[in-house]
Design a protein around this ligand. Structure first.
Ligand code: NDP
Length: 246
C-alpha cells in the first residue's frame, strides 16, 4: 500500500512549477489531490490529466490566493467533494523584486495578499476540516532567512512571515497531532526563476552545488513530511537550497 493511500491533499498554486510537482508526487504516493490555480486553467487540467493517467484522482479549482473568499471555498469544496482533508500544501506565491525606494505600493499589497494572507486563509479553513494527524506544509523561501542580493526585501518579508506563522501554528495544532512545517527552497528551475534566466549565473555562483534545484526535489521532501515518517517534525523551517545558505 502506498504511504498516502486514503489521504486527501490540497496543493495551492499547482498548475505549474513546484506546486505541480508536489501534486503529482502526492498522487504517486497514493493521495487524492485537489489543486488550485489563478489564471492557467489549461495547465491545471494538464496536471489533473497526468495524475489520472497514472491511475490517481485529482481536481483543479480556480481560486486566487489573494481572494480570501475564493480560498475558503476551495478548501471547503475539497473536503466536501472527497469527504476529508489530511494534507494542505501552501505553495502559491509570487515574487516582485525592486529596491525599496522604487517598490510599488500595489505590488507590496499583492505580495502580502497572496504570500501571507492567502496562507492564513487556506490554513484557517483547512483546520476546520482536518482530522487528527493532519499535515500542513508551507513553501516559504530561503530568502526568508537570507537575502544576498538587492531588491528582495518585500519578498523576504513575506517569506519570513511564513516561518513565524509555522512556529505558532505548530503550537496551536500540536495537541491534535497536526504537524506544520515550512520548506525554504533556494533557486528552483520554474517559470518564476528559470535556470536559463538573466539572474541564473549569479545565483548558481552562490550555491555549494552550483545548480538550480528541480521541482521534483522539493516534492520529495514534501512527500517525506506528508507521510507517516515525517510525524515527529513540526514547527521547523527546513532549508532545501543546494547550499545557497551554507
Ligand atoms: P511559478 O510561478 O512557476 O508557479 C506558480 C504557481 O502558483 C502557478 O501554478 C500559478 O498558477 C500559481 N499561482 C500564482 N499566483 C497565484 C494566486 N494568486 N493564486 C493561486 N495560485 C497562484 O512559481 P514556483 O513554482 O517557482 O513557486 C512556487 C512557490 O515556491 C512560491 O511560493 C515561491 O515563492 C516559492 N519558491 C520558489 C523558488 C524558485 O526558485 N522557483 C525558490 C523559493 C521559493 P497560474 O498558472 O494560474 O498562474
Amino acid at each position: 500500500m502506498s504511504q498516502l493511500s486514503g489521504k486527501v491533499a490540497l496543493v495551492t498554486g499547482a498548475s505549474r512549477g513546484i506546486g505541480a510537482a508536489i501534486a503529482k508526487r502526492l498522487a504517486q504516493d497514493g493521495a487524492t489531490v485537489a489543486i488550485t490555480y489563478a489564471s492557467s486553467p489549461g495547465k491545471a487540467e494538464e496536471v489533473v490529466k497526468a495524475i489520472e493517467a497514472a491511475g490517481g484522482q485529482a481536481l483543479a479549482i480556480q481560486a486566487d490566493s489573494g481572494d480570501p473568499a475564493a480560498v475558503k471555498r476551495a478548501v471547503a469544496s475539497t473536503a466536501e467533494k472527497f469527504g476529508r482533508l489530511d494534507i494542505l500544501v501552501n505553495n502559491a506565491g509570487l515574487a516582485h523584486m525592486a529596491p525599496i525606494g522604487e517598490f510599488p505600493e500595489e505590488q507590496f499589497e499583492r505580495l502580502l495578499a497572496v504570500n501571507v494572507r492567502g496562507v492564513f486563509s487556506a490554513t484557517r479553513e483547512a483546520v476546520q476540516h482536518m482530522g487528527d494527524g493532519g499535515r500542513i506544509i508551507m513553501i516559504g523561501s530561503i530568502n526568508g532567512d537570507f537575502v544576498p542580493f538587492i531588491g528582495g526585501s518585500v519578498y523576504a518579508l513575506t517569506k519570513a512571515a511564513i516561518s513565524g506563522f509555522t512556529r505558532g501554528l505548530a503550537r496551536d495544532l500540536g495537541s491534535r497531532g497536526i504537524t506544520v512545517n515550512n520548506l525554504q527552497p533556494g533557486p528552483v528551475d520554474t517559470d518564476l526563476n528559470p535556470a536559463g534566466g538573466p539572474n541564473a549565473a549569479g545565483l548558481k555562483a552562490m550555491m555549494a552545488l552550483q545548480r538550480f534545484g528541480q521541482p521534483s526535489e522539493i516534492a520529495a521532501l514534501v512527500s517525506l513530511l506528508a507521510g507517516p515518517e515525517g510525524g515527529y517534525i513540526t514547527g521547523a523551517s527546513l532549508n532545501i537550497d543546494g547550499g545557497f545558505s551554507a
